[in-house]
Design a protein around this ligand. Structure first.
Ligand code: RB5
Length: 148
């Protein structure tokens, strides 16, 4: 299974730590950057990860900026993306089980590296439950389709 990762300049160290952690869990990681310490624009990397997941190039995505908010907003603009900012493992797990989130976001200025790993592990291990949740996820997709 392939995980696309993207981040801005605030999250290079965290991305590297989470990337290594995800690899030890047995996943392949495609790193869309940035790996440059110079200040950059998070939407560029949020979009790259969103497009990789939406196209099927990657199965899931993980995006990190200072808060997780900006980069998740950018990823969410890609059709088919359900990116969720999670600062603790419970929300991360439920975002997969109930919302079928396909991109996980968190903030390098909000959570520490160990918490980021826990959030990631919980999210990757969780499975979408479908059932009653599918109707609600379908309603989200309907909203998205009205924007065309
Ligand atoms: C960069 O300073 C910061 O705005 C960015 O990392 C992110 O937190 C935006 O949502």
């Amino acid at each position: 299974m392939k995980i696309a990762m993207g981040n801005d300049h605030t999250a290079i160290e965290m991305k590297q730590a989470v990337k290594e952690f995800v690899e030890t869990m047995g996943y392949e990681v495609v790193d869309f950057g940035t790996n440059e310490t110079a200040s950059c624009d998070y939407p560029v990397f949020g979009e790259k990860v969103g497009r990789a997941v939406a196209s099927g190039e990657a199965d899931l995505g993980i995006v990190i900026c200072g808060t997780g908010v900006g980069i998740s907003l950018a990823a969410n603009k890609v059709k088919g993306i359900r990116a969720c900012v999670c600062s603790e493992p419970y929300t991360a797990r439920l975002s997969k089980m109930h919302n079928n989130s396909n991109v996980l976001a968190f903030g390098a200025r909000v959570v520490g590296i160990e918490m980021a790993k826990m959030i990631t592990e919980e999210w990757l291990k969780a499975e979408y439950e479908g059932g009653r949740h599918q109707r609600r996820v379908d309603l989200i997709t309907e909203i998205e389709n009205k924007n065309l």
